[in-house]
Each structure stands twice: as structure tokens, then as C-alpha cells.
Design a protein around this ligand. Sequence first.
Ligand code: PEP
Ligand code: MN
Length: 337
Amino acid sequence: MIIILKQNADKESVEKLRKNITARGLTIHESIGEFAGIIGVVGDTSKIDMSTFASLDCVNDIKRVSEPYKAANRKFHPYDTMVNVAGRITGEGHFTVMAGPCSVESEEQIIEVANRVKLAGATMLRGGAYKPRSSPYAFQGLKGDGIDLLLKAKAITGLPIVTEITNIGNIDLFSDVDIIQVGARNMQNFDLLYELGHSDKTILLKRGLCSTIEEWLMSVEYILSGGNNNVILCERGIRTYENATRNTLDISAVPIIKRLTHLPVIVDPSHATGKTWLVDPLTKAAISAGADGVMIEVHNNPSCALCDGAQSITPDDFDSIMKEVKRRVLFEGKVLS
Ligand code: PEP
Ligand code: MN
């Protein structure tokens, strides 16, 4: 951390600052120029709230020189993390395809979609049982019954299942779920993240609707610092002024996450765009950008879907997307997993 002092800073205030720093067990490297001085703070500054120094009269500006996220940081963990879910790997050299409906609606629906996506080559089945909806009047999901239906679909197809948790109080219902999804709306539900960090489940952490990459990484830090290293990140688009799409897919987040962290990152082109016809080109973009997988919404009858029908592709469309995915994944030297 670097503290830039004001021009002609008051000596007493600077001394107060020095004492404040050293009292925290940190050391100081000072460089005093003709007009202003710079104080370099050396040591673990991750727990320091920068605003405490900013309140001192002598301080002009404060800059961090190291990232506040440690456990996710590639600097301290140079090798890619590979997440193993029921023998299926996500990360380094592997490409994961999670597919299925936005929400589980009935036994017939989830079994039919599960069979179709499995046949097309999906490696995991997604489906929401607990749905965080903007309107309290909208379909809220089948909840525990939805998880039971996903488990049925898993027993039939052998596909590991991914489903969203909205409340830690329901965690016992997720004991046979392979990947617990934390949705965009809960990315900063820190109590939930803390508890999941102390569980042994694999977590899929989606990016918040309006979150910066650093905020997203601080959220993942809650999980990793609890001892749970089985985390996959998911870029699902963020809110911008653009309204041609439901969200704006931040495709650059993929190489940025891969550079900053050691964690696998997948892309959700369905929620990123809200439009079926954009799922195909953005799936290709995700592969080219180096994503470790995609999550795609597929429904057997999108026009009657209880949630997100406008962005849900048919099993036939999923078949043709998967043909191209397989070709490109092979071209990238990766294996579908
Ligand atoms: C979902 O995956 O169904 C979902 C609600 O996604 P998000 O949290 O990204 O909106
Ligand atoms: Mn959805």
C-alpha cells in the first residue's frame, strides 16, 4: 500500500500516521520529495480499511499495490485449479457443458430435457429448484420437490446436477447435489458465502448483476478462505446502458479471471443475452476467449416455460450448438468433461 502525503503536510499529522502504521505491525518505507512525500506500507495490508488512513489531514491519496484477494490470486497459486465433480473435471484442458432448463417444472420436463442434453453431449445437468425471482408473484420453483426431480434425472442419465441455493437454511436438501450454484443476486450474500466456504460442496459462483471483477473475487475469497477450494466462477453478463440484450456479456472477464486467479471460469450466454439466437455465437466466443465451459438454458417447450423461455433454446438447437462445440473444443486441444 502506498500513501501519498499532501504538499507541505503537517509534521504532527505525519507522525500520527507513522505510529498508526507501525502499531499494526507493518513497516514503513518513506520517500520525502521537495513538495510531497510518499509512504510505502510493507506487510499484510489486506485487513486494513484504507479509509482509516484517508481520514488523516496529511493524506492526499492511498493506493493498493497488491490485490486484496489472496486465496484466489494466481500470484500465490500459479497452477490452474481443476475441479473434480463426480469424475468430471472443470478447468485446465477440460471443457464443461452444463445444460438444462431455467427451472425444474415437472418430472416429464426435466427427464426429457436431461435425456436430450445428455445425448447431445452435455456433461452436467442444470435446473433451478429455488428461483430468486424479481416478482414475488412469479413462479418461485418447485423447491425441495425440484431437487428430488433433479436427482431422478441424475439417476437416469448419470449427469451430475447443478442447482441454485438461495438460503443456507435449505443446505441439508443439497446433500446429493453435485454443484451448488450461488446466483447473481446472492453473489454478495456474505453469510451464505461464509457457510458454503465451510462446506465440502463444489460451488458455482455467478458474477453479480452490477459487480466489478474485484468485488466478484472478494466474494470468492469468502468461500476459499473458509477452506473450500472447489469453486467455479461463471460470467453471466452485467448491467450496462445497452438494452439490446438482457445483460452485456463481459467476454473480457474470461481472460482477466484466468490471468488474476487460478480458478476455472465458465460463461452463461443465456442470461447474458436473454435471446436464443445469441446463445450460439456467444458460446463460440466463450470457447475462443479461453472459458473452461458454458452453462446453457435448454427447454423442451420454450414458449410454455415458467421462467426464461425467451432465452431457452430447444433440444434440437442444442444438438447443433453441441456439434460445433465439440469441434472447437477439440481444436483448442481440450476434452469435453
Ligand atoms: C439461473 O442460472 O437460473 C439464474 C437465475 O442465473 P443468474 O443468477 O445469473 O441470474
Ligand atoms: Mn434462468
